[in-house]
Design a protein around this ligand. Sequence first.
Ligand code: XBP
Ligand code: MG
Length: 251
Amino acid sequence: MTKLKALIFDVDGTIAETEKNGHRIAFNSAFAAAKLDWHWSVNFYGELLAISGGKERIRFYIEQYKSEELPKEDLTNFITTLHLAKTKYYRQLLEKGSIPLRLGVERLITEAREQGILLAIATTSALPNAMALVEKFFNPDWFEVIAAGDIVPAKKPAPDIYNYVLQQMNLQPSDCIVIEDSYHGLEAATAAGLKTIVTVNDYTKNQNFSNALLVLNHLGEPEQPFKVIQGKIQDTSYLDLSVIDSLLSVN
Ligand code: XBP
Ligand code: MG
């Protein structure tokens, strides 16, 4: 009998590799459309990911690197307009299929639906971006709550977005497992009392995941086994609900 009631998914870097080939490209397209000669390379964007949230990331970049170029008074409007354009480009990239799901995500979500395990999303990304991804690959109705962007005052690593999801679902942290990809995400979930499985990617593979239940390179498939980076797990090649349950019973 399963103890698990809900799976809570992060979006960016977890459900899909959205950062390098999605958000980053969209930011650069928005900069070009605004006639700004700004360009965020793959490596530089990795550094900028220390700042959660697209609007916050643009503001940080301007303050650190471009403070001479822009008037201070309407900076917030300027950032909002730039970010709206970025959202448009990001959604176009998703719609045309440039950003595939990560390995094992569709399988695990299908299994959860079949077994009556609830699903939720907790992301720092703006709601239109999260919705575009859910609509492309899934169906918003499959998720009890899609918590995104500015719905809470403080973004990850603050626990707000996870606390919000728990409140909306009326569940306890011990009822749920979070799937995340980053240190910020893990810290947010942990601070909300939630246990977390991390699937790393190129941007996050060297981060500190000592608070995670398990760290994998991806969720795996029967024919495409995951690598266990941290933690103990039964002899299996992919993460399914029975593996999650067995993890919960020993932790
Ligand atoms: C990732 C983020 C987001 C995206 C950009 O959050 O920090 O800011 O990089 O998205 P998570 P927006 O991994 O929690 O989903 O431009 O829409 O903010
Ligand atoms: Mg993430």
